[in-house]
Design a binder for this molecule. Structure first.
Ligand code: CP3
Length: 342
């Protein structure tokens, strides 16, 4: 399908564009009253994730309400552990909880992977098809997956954590098992992303949300090789790698065959360009808390950011938008970016 607003795709291809594209991580979610209304009509988050029509509806809400330049499919990174055999629940005010976690080799051996895992996620591909139909070519659609290390972290820890010390302990105590698990997760991710691309996504993003908890050595041993494998296996659409907090391995990401690198607010533009040159398009990196500031401040920050990054840049936050962010602040940000001209 011909995409009417293809600014994101032109930017990723390295073409000269009139302004940078803008979208927000976690744009499909609780900042929007429309989202909260749909969510309130259901008893759980997972019910929404598994309902293709409603997932498509909340995916499109930020396109209508905020006018962003891309849609990101409403889902969660935790559908992969679930498809592999580890069920999760999203507990109000607590976050994800896995009743059963990985502790020993036998737990890893029974996990489902590859196409067998990906084929359990038919509701995601249906949601993508529904979204594409309803978007009707307005903007590109982004598909995503968690990165192997971040998914392993949840599968070992069983919930969110400040330190993920159980998961990190496993890397030190059981490195062979950790690699076996990472390999299984990686195969599931590749089959899953391949199916998403077949369903029609235009770009995929890999979220390594807990990358910053690893040391550079651990990242190079347990995270980077698997991200490389995924990027090598996927060549049909451009890939964005967002390794949150991992400024210390930015230079290594140059060797990953992805097109775009997502940055959080702890990395300066200058440092990112020094590490990556113009080998990658950059995406990010406004501190989500900036969106609570007065509007003139938000606009100024947006402009500073666009000028500092220069060409080959996608405007976004340095992490997901926080649920209580004032909607008018978000709109001031998006509208100001859209009024910018290089
Ligand atoms: O970006 C988007 O708009 C698409 C939707 C999306 C969600 N989760 C919806 C969601 C995406 C891309 C994710 C990815 C995700 N999920 C990540 C990686 C990005 C990041 O934030 O680092 C992670 C670590 C998760 C795991 C997860 N899911 C957590 C920790 C939580 C609870 C805390 C929270 O942020 O709410 C979720 C739940 C979740 N995923 C919600 C949404 C809209 C909130 C659920 C609700 O409506 O109550």
């Amino acid at each position: 399908m011909k995409i009417q607003n293809d600014l994101l795709l032109r930017t990723i291809r390295g073409e000269k564009v009139e302004r940078p594209p803008v979208w927000l991580m976690r744009q499909a979610g609780r900042i929007l009253p429309q989202y909260r209304a749909v969510r309130a009509s259901l008893s759980s988050f997972k019910e929404l994730v598994a309902n293709p029509e409603l997932a498509a509806e909340v995916t499109i809400q930020p396109i209508d309400e905020l006018g962003v330049d891309a849609a990101i499919i409403f889902s969660d990174i935790l559908v992969i552990p679930e498809a592999m055999g580890l069920d999760y629940e999203l507990v109000e005010k607590k976050g994800p909880v896995f009743p059963k976690v990985i502790q020993r080799k036998e737990d890893i051996d029974v996990l489902v992977t590859g196409e067998d895992a990906a084929s359990r996620l038919g509701y995601v591909y249906e949601a993508l098809e529904c979204t594409i139909k309803e978007l009707n070519g307005r903007v590109p659609l982004i598909g995503f997956s968690g990165a192997p290390w971040t998914l392993l972290a949840y599968m070992l820890e069983g919930s969110g954590s400040k330190t993920f010390s159980k998961a990190k302990k496993f890397l030190y105590q059981e490195p062979i098992l950790a690699h076996q698990l990472l390999e299984k997760i990686t195969h599931a991710i590749i089959s899953y992303l391949t199916a998403k691309i077949k369903a029609g996504v235009d770009v995929v993003q890999i979220f390594d949300s807990w990358a910053g908890l690893l040391s550079p050595d651990q990242y190079r041993t347990f995270a980077l090789p698997y991200i490389k494998t995924i990027c090598q296996a996927i060549d049909e659409v451009p890939i964005t790698v967002f390794s949150k907090g991992a400024w210390f391995i930015l230079e290594d990401l140059k060797e990953v065959s992805c097109h775009t690198i997502g940055l959080d607010w702890t990395t300066s533009v200058e440092y990112a360009r020094e590490c990556l040159g113009d080998t990658k398009i950059l995406q990010g990196n406004l501190d989500p808390c900036q969106l609570y500031a007065p509007h003139d401040r938000i606009k100024k920050e947006a402009e500073n950011m666009i000028r500092a990054f220069g060409a080959g840049y996608i405007v976004n936050l340095g992490h997901g938008v926080y649920p209580d962010t004032p909607l008018d602040g978000v709109k001031a940000f998006v509208n100001h970016v859209k009024s910018f001209r290089y």
